[in-house]
Design a protein around this ligand. Sequence first.
Ligand SMILES: [Mn+2]
Length: 201
Amino acid sequence: MPLGSLRDAPHFDCAWYSRAMEGERVCGDTATAFTHEDDVIFVMADGLGHGPEAAMASSAACKLAERRFTGGVERVISEMHQELQTTVGASVGVGKISATGDSEYRAVGNVVVRREGGPTGSIRLNGKSGIVGGHRAISSCYEFNLGREWLVAYTDGIPSHCDLSECLSASDSAMDIARAIVRRYGKSYDDATCMVLRKNR
Ligand SMILES: [Mn+2]
């Protein structure tokens, strides 16, 4: 079993915070993170629409990754695409970060990842239009080295262009930041999930 918990990656600070839209009891977004060999893998999924059907699609994507990830980001997205055919489908982002920071991130649909607080300022990584489990799921692909900057991933319940600077403070934990972003920017009429991740050293 090559997959492990984030406790196996003490060199990463990673946390996420989710809440359902007003009037819904379940959140249609699901996120997860785990280790595969020396890499940290994170998944952010936003089921189409909201409520239990959306939650079923997004959690199926995350569970598949947790059970079947074998090292390939593109491959796991195409497996999700098959698995989610019987669901409403989901926007999905999957990232893989090595211990040295070498990273690959791929996304389909409205999941955004931002690199924040690095020397180049704010960089936004958008998903390619499409839906995992829907008609087509060709992912956008980004490769980069993660230094000491924050990676912030979120679903479209948070505006893609919001100013994160006041939520990102060096002294805060990933959980404090994720919660602050959802509370400050989350749209009341959509599910909102934010994951925050950084290498500690
Ligand atoms: Mn959404």
